[in-house]
Design a protein around this ligand. Structure first.
Ligand code: ACO
Length: 408
């Protein structure tokens, strides 16, 4: 039996994959052989979803089919949303997203034969890719609105933001996110309220699309590996998604963007940043959220792109987050260097909060938007794992007491 112990599977190649290549030495990222820099320039998130899930860029007929399919499945029923909002998971939005997945899952027939699994993975991935933006936009509206705005008294129900039927994936999400509650009048002059969407600018649409592509996949990261572990047991795709959402939520992984945003919000002004960082990193010995990566030791290729976008969006919206982030980055890197760590660059989660916040996404919901993008990679990995079909089951090095006689 092999015995070397790799805590946290550090440096272990745990399986083969044809989906994503991370070239950490050159700080480059490839999906199915295409550099992500080219994908953000020439493709949309929808096309990248297809590429990851099916292995090739879509032909016009595939593109049209996927676009129609995503639009068709955007709408979710008031009953489904009501069930989420009734449960008021305001402090745990990722659990609300998981609840949505679980509620859909309990209404479906279980898989009959394991041969169906790869196909089911793609079908569910497409369905959730379409539905997540609607769920997340509604959770945000509900979570952030003052209580009097939440209910529609005429229907004894919640005000619900419905998707646009014709916008791109990115534009539709922003359209729902920035919707405003407006008062209208019926023919008999009685007033009623509804959410009316707001069109994003083309720059905002492109920024959202780029951010979704940059988050779409990242080989065997923690949530994807958790998903692959579940898929390796031939668990139903719904279960795999529930597992992966839980793993994504942690602050060492997809929850780091929220942690970084809390830091910026706490600092409030760029001139307070240096002292704040010194206090937390040196005096309180805290971890710097948004810094360090298991693979990238020099540069995370996603960070530079998000940094540029965050800068431009914060300037346009007169938000202080980018200037604060720059100061935090400078002081953090200097402190880490003093500690002998020149290998902990700002990662994808450090500047993404500047982009997300400028697009209207509150800190608590940033990990959900990460999930909205990563569903593309999860779909591809679930399918690949089902097709490879080797159970993931490592060994542990037992360090507990030696066998001993039973005694109370
Ligand atoms: N702040 C301070 N020190 C750090 C940080 C950090 N963010 N990250 C690593 N270190 C230090 C550790 O203290 C340790 O130091 P030592 O060797 O002197 O004891 C060394 O670097 C190695 O740290 P590990 O935690 O063992 O490294 P690992 O590869 O397991 O961690 C991780 C990677 C989890 C991303 C880590 O860098 C971290 O916690 N970063 C902050 C959270 C974060 O931003 N997560 C998002 C990552 S990107 C993503 O998942 C989408």
């Amino acid at each position: 039996m092999p015995t070397p112990i790799a805590q946290g599977l550090k440096g272990i190649v745990a399986g083969e994959s044809k989906i994503t290549k991370v070239d950490w030495e050159k700080s480059a990222l490839y999906f199915r052989g295409y550099n992500v820099r080219e994908l953000i320039e020439y493709s949309s998130f929808e096309e990248v979803f297809w590429l990851l899930a099916h292995g090739e860029l879509p032909k016009p007929i595939n593109r049209e089919w996927l676009s129609q399919e995503l639009k068709r499945q955007r709408k979710i029923t008031n009953g489904e949303l009501r069930a989420l909002l009734d449960n008021a998971f305001i402090n745990q939005p990722m659990l609300a997203l998981a609840l949505f997945v679980a509620k859909r899952g309990v209404l479906r027939l279980p898989v009959q034969t394991t041969k169906e699994l790869p196909q089911r993975a793609t079908v569910l991935g497409t369905e959730l890719c379409a539905a997540f933006p609607t769920v997340i936009a509604n959770l945000i509206h509900w979570g952030c609105a003052p209580p009097r705005f939440r209910m529609d008294p005429t229907k004894n129900s919640y005000h619900i933001v419905q998707p646009h039927s014709d916008l791109s994936h990115a534009a539709n999400f922003l359209w729902m996110l920035n919707a405003k509650l407006v008062t209208k009048k019926r023919p008999d002059d009685t007033p009623y309220e509804l959410y009316e969407g707001e069109y994003p600018t083309s720059f905002e649409e492109k920024a959202m699309d780029t951010t979704l592509i940059l988050h779409a996949d990242h080989e065997f990261n923690a949530s994807t590996y958790a998903l692959r572990t579940a898929a390796s047991t031939q668990a139903d795709p719904f279960h795999c998604i529930l597992v992966t959402l839980g793993a994504l939520s942690g602050p060492k992984h997809g929850g780091a963007n929220e942690m970084a945003m809390h830091i910026f919000e706490d600092i409030r002004k760029p001139e307070r940043a240096a002292q704040w960082v010194v206090d937390r990193l040196i005096n309180k010995q805290e971890r710097a959220f948004g810094f360090g990566h298991r693979l990238y030791k020099k540069r995370d290729p996603r960070t530079q792109i998000l940094k540029r976008l965050g800068k431009e969006l914060c300037r346009r919206k007169h938000l202080p987050w980018y200037d604060i982030a720059r100061e935090v980055e400078k002081t953090t890197l200097a402190i880490l260097k003093q500690r002998g760590h020149e290998d902990l660059p700002a990662n994808v989660d450090f500047y993404s909060p500047c982009v997300f916040s400028a697009l209207g996404i509150p800190s608590q919901y940033m990990p959900l938007v990460f999930a909205m993008a990563r569903i593309a990679g999860w779909t591809a990995h679930m399918k690949e794992q089902y097709e490879q079909n080797t159970l993931i089951r490592p060994l542990s090095a037992y360090m507990g007491p030696a066998p001993r006689p039973y005694s109370k």
